[in-house]
Write a protein that binds this ligand. Structure first.
Ligand SMILES: Cc1ncc(COP(=O)(O)O)c(C=O)c1O
Length: 372
């Protein structure tokens, strides 16, 4: 049997490719920050309801068109989500609704904080709102967690019509929406729909991150919501890790002031658009109607395929065919896949056009049982 392990196509993590990180400019800005305020960045930040570096919150406020009082900064958006889950689950009940599939780490966080997670099937234009209505009519959830722009793992973008209908349901049935938007600015095709927070600021807590638009290594993520909730998150944060890193926040603030974030977004969009287009074409050829959507941005395309193999058998056959996949079931509440289907998340951002095509064709062979 051929040994493919050294050349497996890695359809695994959503990590930005090195080519889009503007490391020289980041290093220059960091040096400037170190020269200008060495004591502040190497000292503890003030405590007592510290929602984050003031310059950074002012810049983020400008970027999002919101009052900085409504912003809380943490060490990456996953940590924001953890604090938010701690704050919301229990206070507003234990039921949490998510898209199915959803971001696996988010699902794990909700479960760790005692959430009972129920999935709402994700369609090509967003969650199935009939299913959502049935669920919320029976029981008000603590919140509905959604990734409306270029969803991880499916790549789906929620249509404007669905966004408006979703916030209508949130108002009618009195539930909160948590929208997670790290990929929103990475749009390669089409026009952006309004954010859920723009449509219903009173019903929506937003979380976002500089990981995909500047640098994941800086670990800067943030929440936008009502000022009281942001203070409560700061109190939870202080009891856990005091404050977010002063150095990382100062560099992030400078990168926003200097326009480096915008240049970095432009660089990512220019570099990733051809990868997106080629990935959509290759995935369409390989999976036909199984392709969940043509995302128009972000990092992922995905497919639901029918197979009589178990997931473990499918993953093993994929490796024999030269492809490493994440376990698709991990993206579903209760790890339960739709009956008779397997879910394939295909991150395209870090793969050459050739590698993506090779990987998609190999998976099509596994689906068709040409590989055993
Ligand atoms: C939807 C979503 N939310 C949150 C995160 C975590 O990002 P951060 O680096 O800001 O912690 C990711 C990372 O891949 C993600 O895809």
């Amino acid at each position: 049997m051929a040994d493919h392990t050294s050349e497996l196509v890695p359809f695994t993590r959503g990590v930005p490719p090195a080519e889009v990180l503007l490391v020289d400019e980041l290093a220059k800005l960091t040096t400037q920050v170190l020269e200008e305020s060495p004591v502040a960045v190497f000292q503890y930040a003030p405590i007592g309801r510290n929602r984050g570096d003031e310059r950074l919150r002012a810049e983020l406020g400008r970027h999002h068109g919101v009052d900085p009082d409504r912003i809380f900064v943490s060490n990456g958006s996953l940590q924001v989500l953890d604090l938010l889950a701690r704050h919301l689950i229990g206070r507003f009940g234990r039921s949490v609704l998510t898209e199915a599939p959803t971001y696996d780490r988010a699902r794990q966080i909700f479960e760790r904080h005692g959430g009972q997670v129920t999935g709402v099937a994700l369609r090509g234009d967003g969650a199935d709102l009939d299913q959502l209505r049935d669920l919320v009519a029976r029981h008000t959830p603590a919140f509905f967690y959604t990734i409306p722009d270029f969803q991880n793992p499916a790549g789906v973008c929620m249509s404007e019509e669905k966004r408006r209908a979703l916030v209508g349901l949130a108002r009618q049935y009195g539930f909160l929406i948590v929208e997670d938007t790290p990929y929103r600015r990475l749009r390669y095709r089409g026009a952006a729909a309004p954010t859920l927070a723009e449509l219903a600021p009173d019903r929506v807590l937003t979380i976002s991150s500089l990981s995909k638009v500047l640098s994941p290594g800086l670990r800067v993520g943030y929440a936008i919501g009502d000022a009281d909730t942001m203070v409560q998150l700061a109190e939870l944060a202080e009891g856990t890790y005091l404050t977010a890193s002063p150095l990382a926040q100062a560099v992030a603030a400078r990168a926003l002031e200097d326009g480096l974030v915008e240049r970095s977004i432009q660089r990512a969009v220019t570099f990733l658009a051809p990868r997106h287009d080629a990935a959509v074409e290759a995935a369409r050829e390989a999976f036909g109607d199984g392709l969940l959507s043509e995302p128009g941005g972000g990092y992922f395309v995905s497919a639901l395929v029918r197979s009589d193999l178990t997931e473990a058998e499918f993953l093993a056959a994929a490796e024999r065919a030269g492809v490493r996949l994440s376990r698709g079931s991990a993206f579903f509440p209760d790890e339960r896949l739709p009956a008779g289907s397997l879910f394939l998340r295909l991150p395209f951002q870090a793969l050459s056009l050739e590698a993506f095509r090779r990987g998609a064709r190999a998976l099509a062979d596994v689906v068709a049982r040409r590989v055993r």
